[in-house]
Ligand binder design. Structure first.
Ligand SMILES: *[C@@H]1O[C@H](CO)[C@@H](O)[C@H](O)[C@H]1NC(C)=O
Ligand SMILES: *[C@@H]1O[C@H](CO)[C@@H](O)[C@H](O)[C@H]1NC(C)=O
Ligand SMILES: *[C@@H]1O[C@H](CO)[C@@H](O)[C@H](O)[C@H]1NC(C)=O
Ligand SMILES: [Zn+2]
Length: 421
């Protein structure tokens, strides 16, 4: 009798777990099928920063197939079906006014070298067509996003040069103000506003990015800055790695009124998996991440949501999403929540492809517009590591004390020359 009860319990446990398992398997099977048809395009991955931190960018000493001190390696990429990645060319705010531009160029270089070293796995990409072509060849399209306006040192020439090197988005700030934009810490109250969003030069930059066809990334900026860009930009904007503020009220996340404006602009919010932005706590689960997808879909529609895991840029990730191989788990969870195939494919890659191709069309429409060559006013960027070559400094200009010294020295020298002549 006891034996019968036990076997009945065992049988029912076995049957129910069997039913659950097969349902799970069906969602995962469908997830992997959709991912074989539409590329998963992720908005933000900090593997290049890990390469600097762990190896000082000595890629020759690294095997990206077996590297196991990161969330990302080639095996994990294949298991995760990563179709395209915006690799982050990130350098910390500590480099601002110092060697930010050099360090950023080195991060761009290491992404190019990754693609050269592993040509069977990565294809360097700069366009929506490139992403589709790489996907057909079973390679991960590798794009570059520069994270933080400090990386261009307030220079449109540097912005354009980075575009030529393949950079396809610029996050207007990281976690520091630039001479022309405020960062999200201003909204958290821990830093004062300097520009109430964007300065006039910041607005010039937005116009120039539209002309170039470089995506404007509003992750890390203030809500005021988000709204100013949404007012101005001719192209759709992106949030490369931000989640929904209503689900977790962290100032790095996107509030509902901005989500609605992103929808009007046909832009995209790529969901960040960092526990602290997902649950506003140290722990999170796959379903917590899916809650952000559901909320963004509810407010702005499935056409504005995407993936922006922030792998290798964060220290805490949800249970079941520990590295890039696990991303199909989110896709299966969305299917379990009755997302349609069309909605899932939009989130996987079609939304980003739309945004990028619309930015390319804006660029093509503006091809007869001259580059903006008006530099930032010198007194907005004056610091001890910056010279003023090229600027016509007026007598009342900000570097007057220096030029007075130079003038006196010149007079003394001239007097000396006249005396010795
Ligand atoms: C990680 O890689 C290192 C170096 O290749 C190796 O010594 C170590 O055993 C690996 N660890 C794991 C957990 O695979
Ligand atoms: C890509 O992979 C799929 C599935 O493994 C295979 O059928 C296809 O032939 C591959 N395509 C190329 C260009 O290697
Ligand atoms: C999904 O749809 C089914 C069938 O219409 C329904 O029974 C179920 O409650 C839905 N699930 C969710 C999470 O909405
Ligand atoms: Zn970031």
């Amino acid at each position: 009798m006891l034996f019968n009860v036990i076997s009945a319990v065992c049988l029912s446990l076995w049957v129910s777990s069997c039913v659950v398992n097969s349902a799970e398997d069906l969602y995962m099977t469908r997830a992997l099928k959709l991912m074989s048809e539409t590329p998963l395009i992720d908005g933000h991955n900090d593997l290049p920063w890990q390469l600097r931190k762990q190896f000082n960018n000595e890629l020759n000493k690294v095997d990206l197939h077996t590297l196991n001190s990161t969330h990302t390696n080639i095996k994990k990429i294949k298991d995760g079906r990563l179709g395209a990645q915006f690799w982050s060319a990130y350098v910390p705010c500590e480099t601002q006014y110092k060697d930010a531009v050099r360090q950023t160029l080195e991060q761009i270089d290491v992404v190019h070298r990754m693609c050269q070293k592993y040509p069977d796995d990565f294809m360097f990409a700069t366009s929506s067509d490139d992403i589709n072509n790489a996907f057909k060849m079973n390679k991960t399209a590798s794009l570059i996003g520069v994270e933080g306006g400090h990386s261009i040192d307030s220079s449109l020439g540097t912005l354009r040069t980075m575009y030529h090197l393949g950079v396809r988005y610029l996050t207007l700030t990281h976690s520091c103000n630039t001479p022309w934009a405020d960062n999200w810490l201003v909204d958290s109250g821990s830093e004062p506003s300097e520009h109430n969003g964007l300065s006039p030069f910041g607005k010039q930059l937005v116009v120039e990015m539209n002309r170039l066809g470089m995506l404007i990334d509003l992750a890390h900026v203030t809500v005021a800055g988000m709204n100013q860009v949404l007012d101005m930009s001719k192209a759709p904007v992106i949030f490369s790695h931000s989640s929904a503020y209503t689900i977790c009220p962290h100032k790095r996340n996107v509030p509902d009124d901005v989500l609605r404006r992103v929808k009007e602009k046909r832009g995209i919010v790529m969901v960040n998996f960092y526990n602290d932005y997902v649950t506003c706590s140290k722990i999170a689960k796959i379903s917590d991440v899916a809650d952000h997808f559901d909320h963004i879909k509810k407010v702005g529609g499935a056409d504005i949501v995407g993936f922006g895991g922030d792998y290798d840029g964060v220290t805490r990730l949800p249970e079941g999403l520990e590295d890039v191989s696990k991303v199909p788990n989110v896709v299966a969870e969305l299917l379990r929540r009755n997302w349609t195939d069309v909605e899932v494919k939009a989130a996987l890659g079609n939304n980003l492809l739309r945004v990028l191709s619309e930015a390319e069309k804006v660029r093509d429409d503006l091809k007869d517009t001259e580059p903006d060559d008006v530099p930032i006013p010198y007194d907005e960027v004056k610091n001890t590591c910056r010279t003023s070559y090229g600027y016509q400094i007026s007598e009342s200009g900000a570097i007057r004390p220096l030029s007075s010294v130079a003038l006196v020295l010149t007079l003394i020298l001239q007097a000396a020359v006249m005396l010795t002549a």
